[in-house]
Design a protein around this ligand. Sequence first.
Ligand SMILES: Cc1cc2nc3c(=O)[nH]c(=O)nc-3n(C[C@H](O)[C@H](O)[C@H](O)COP(=O)(O)OP(=O)(O)OC[C@H]3O[C@@H](n4cnc5c(N)ncnc54)[C@H](O)[C@@H]3O)c2cc1C
Length: 430
Amino acid sequence: MKNNYVDVLIVGSGVAGLYCALNLRNDLDIMVVSKDKLDCTNTYLAQGGISVARNKDDVPFFVEDTLKAGQYKNDLQAVKVLTRESIENVDYLVSLGLDVDKDEDGNWDYTKEGAHCVNRIVHTQDNTGENVAKTLIKNALSRNNIRISEDTFLVDIIEKNNKCIGGILLKDDEQINVFAKCVILACGGIGGLYKNSTSQRILRGDGLAVALRHDVELKDINYIQIHPTAFYDESDDERRFLISESVRGEGGKLYNINGERFIDELLPRDVVSKAIFKEMKKTNSNYVYLDVSFLDSDYLKNRFSTIYNKCLEKGTDITKKPIKVSPAQHYFMGGIKVNLDSETSMENLYAVGETACTGIHGANRLASNSLLEGLVFSKRAANVINNKIDNLNLSKIDIDEIYKSREEIEENNRCLVIQAIREKGGVIDD
Ligand SMILES: Cc1cc2nc3c(=O)[nH]c(=O)nc-3n(C[C@H](O)[C@H](O)[C@H](O)COP(=O)(O)OP(=O)(O)OC[C@H]3O[C@@H](n4cnc5c(N)ncnc54)[C@H](O)[C@@H]3O)c2cc1C
């Protein structure tokens, strides 16, 4: 067993964790850990893009689109913060090296996704998340004050008098107790708990389990988003491959197996998912069709190169045939309750990204608002920490050696999270 001391411990290497690290002061000693490889995140999988207000005038419309998609269950203040601070954060991400697609005049090529009233999604073809991840990883690796540790599992946080003073980690079966002035949970969502999900399998709500063990407040944990269009593949037991919202945004049409249209494709995700389930039931089918084959094939191959190649690998040439799709778990709107500065109910413990619940999504996330939330609210956490950390001291307590295996801890986490979600009426399979 080893003890380690840092200023800030960040658990998670997705957009929220790494962007937070990059916004913390250069003179702070920061440790970022991920339970798998650095790029094994849902951030890496994001296809569609990042929503951003077109300009100041667009902010009220962006607010309204977010509220409407969220069935007005959103936190209005948080939505205002998200939309107002969207431009400066996407600008900063671009300044870090993200090369977003541009139109012929060199302006950002904004695309449209369901329930946005205007085109306001910036993207890099259909692999925005991969490029966001690569940009953040490159910048983080170049910073001397950021230590990164892959394959390092957070077992628990360390608590003293309702203050968070560090985290207990497992790496190569060795226990490392990291004492930190602040801890940031950026552990992503819960999709790995579902058989049928678009998420990385490793993301199983570990952050929530830690919060539950320490009575840290949670919020809206019954709000789980089902994405309408994941690739349907009978033989596939793996993660479901997502057919991004932007495919419908660029004109893709849904048909039931009898070739009948049944829904406006650009309605919010929950509405489209429900309509698909209904149609599947009505036609006694496990899927419906999403068709883009009527669009120009060169355009499709370029604009949706990831989707084109993946579908081809799975036997569907999207330039020639409709894609079989069905809904799958996709996103967790609830999470660890945080205020506008990403502070949890425990002192010196922060939560950012999909692990956190800022309340911006309400009951249903508006497309492409998640990467943006990861940027805006992790930057706010960093700002608060930058200002207050000089007044904090490192604390230490004696910690027992943990003899449990990582598998055993993950199983405990899984049971704890499933039970909590069920108790709140959320739908989750076992
Ligand atoms: C297929 C797909 C497509 C998507 N497309 C879009 C899109 O176009 N636009 C958009 O805005 N959103 C999209 N989303 C949602 C978005 O990608 C995620 O919500 C967002 O990236 C989450 O970022 P994050 O930093 O919170 O977590 P993640 O990027 O998921 O990272 C989680 C991190 O936590 C670490 N971790 C977890 N538990 C532990 C533990 N116990 N110990 C140590 N480390 C741990 C993991 O190792 C990982 O590094 C998509 C999601 C999916 C699945």
